[in-house]
Design a protein around this ligand. Structure first.
Ligand SMILES: Cc1ncc(COP(=O)(O)O)c(C=O)c1O
Length: 450
């Protein structure tokens, strides 16, 4: 340690304040790392607004009192992501990975990391690049089909040691492109029914019951650790989805005679929406623990999960402007090719409220609206219904909640749209799986019909 450093460590020094201020201004993690030993104490991390040079507003309405944004605004609630992550980290009996595909915004990733998430399921090189900025991030490449180049990059440049595969060809690719490495964890992705989920993912990936034993046997010969993984489908609304598939995994282990070290139960944990009010997450964990306890290898086998939706759905809303009204149809400035893909193509309904300043008292009468997005395509249509004040009209702003999962990541540039502003909000999301007293908008919306 140099003399200068020793001086700064010696106790309260006139330089400490200066250094703290420098760290504050430079505002990067690496800078804090360098400066912490000099100051002799950790440099406090910047608050969200400082890190991301973004203002925090108490509510969407208060934000709109300062600005009348022309573009749609992604309103982030990082505290909601952090709360969800803490819940999983505390309660899930195994390792918790975040499925980066659900929302790869740097701020959301940072919020998850600050809550303690260090493991990330990545599906592409771009996701690896985003996630590797997180200190101590451990990456799991769980996309069952990968290019050779991406496998090489993953292993050499991003220190990925865990790979999924679902065929002999893919296993061969992973083994070849990692040069016969002896430190791999290989996860066989098996096919499983997705009957209990609102967004089934079956059909594309997964070894069948007939194919799996030979794949397990071959992978066992090369893997330091061997695992089985599956995905019950996104927004799985019945906890038994996990139990049934874990039972299937148990049968596979017995019939193949191959021991595995890990079972990765994938994502699928639900969020709350107006059209979907799933049982509490505790009941999912109960089901999973029971099913795991029934496995012959229950003591030697580690569990992993990869929630995406459940961690981030509540952490983002989109604030849109009404550009026209025709009857009960509102034409807004974001849509199917923006953050509302699931509302257009997956039958999702999102909670909505008018947030125009000074228009909180639009009257108690409500109407079930349909929404059209800004592009010329007639598929840019969100049937909802979205329940909003009857008097809403052109120029009003709407907050559409629960779009944190598979919202921003689905947006494209069709028709020249696709740009968003961003803001942080300090209030609570419109719906939550993590607060017992959170209002359930679904209760009131169920009765509304078009
Ligand atoms: C391999 C894998 N893991 C995890 C997830 C996250 O799923 P969910 O967002 O439903 O939790 C997905 C979603 O497609 C996936 O493909």
């Amino acid at each position: 340690m140099g003399a200068e450093t020793a001086l700064y460590k010696a106790g309260p020094s006139p330089y400490a304040e200066l250094l703290r201020a420098a760290a504050h201004i430079a505002n990067t993690r690496s800078c804090r790392k360098i400066l912490s030993p000099l100051i002799g104490c950790p440099v406090p991390g910047p608050s969200w607004d400082e890190s991301f040079r973004m203002n925090i507003f108490p509510t969407a309405t208060e934000f709109l009192q300062h600005r009348c944004p022309d573009r749609p605004v992604l309103a982030m609630r990082p505290h909601a992501a952090a709360r969800a992550a803490k819940w999983f980290l505390e309660k899930f009996p195994g390792r918790v990975l975040y499925a980066t595909k659900a929302n790869d915004s740097q701020l959301i990733l940072e919020a998850l990391a600050q809550a303690g998430v260090r493991r990330f399921d990545v599906a592409s090189r771009a996701e690896m690049e985003r996630v590797c900025s997180i200190d101590g991030a451990e990456l799991y490449y769980m996309n069952p089909i990968k290019s050779r180049g991406d496998i090489r990059h993953a292993y050499r440049d991003f220190r990925v040691r865990s790979f999924a595969f679902d065929s002999h060809d893919e296993l061969g690719k992973v083994l070849a492109e990692t040069d016969g490495a002896d430190d791999l964890t290989l996860f066989l992705r098996i096919a499983c029914p997705n009957t209990h989920s609102l967004i089934p993912l079956e059909g594309k990936y997964g070894a069948t019951v007939e194919e799996a034993p030979a794949l397990l046997l071959r992978a066992r010969q090369h893997a330091r650790r061997l695992g089985i993984t599956f995905h019950v489908g996104s927004q799985a609304v019945v906890p038994a989805a996990f139990g049934e598939t874990l039972t299937q995994v148990g049968q596979l282990i017995v019939s193949s005679g191959v021991l595995v070290d890990a079972i990765d139960i994938g994502g699928g944990f639900p969020a709350r929406y107006p059209h979907s009010d799933p049982p509490g997450l505790e009941s999912y964990l109960k089901e999973i623990v029971q099913a795991k306890d029934a496995l012959a290898i229950k003591h030697s086998c580690e569990l992993l999960c990869e929630p995406g939706r459940a961690l981030v759905a509540e952490a983002e809303a989109v604030i849109v402007r009404v550009d026209a009204r025709r009857g009960n149809a509102l034409y807004i400035n974001d849509g199917a090719f923006g953050s509302l893909f699931d509302a257009a193509f997956a039958g999702f309904r999102f909670p909505a409220r008018c947030v125009t300043p000074g228009r909180a008292t639009l009257g108690s009468a409500e109407t079930a609206f349909v929404l059209y997005g800004p592009t010329c395509d007639s598929a840019d249509y969100m049937p909802g219904p979205f329940v909003l004040p009857d008097a809403i009209g052109e120029g009003d702003y709407i907050e559409i909640g629960q779009v944190g999962a598979y919202g921003r990541v689905m947006a494209n540039r069709f028709n020249g749209f696709g740009d968003f502003e961003e803001v942080m909000l300090a209030d609570e999301p419109m719906m939550s799986m993590f607060e017992d007293n959170a209002p359930r908008v679904s209760d009131s919306i169920r009765s509304v019909s078009l």
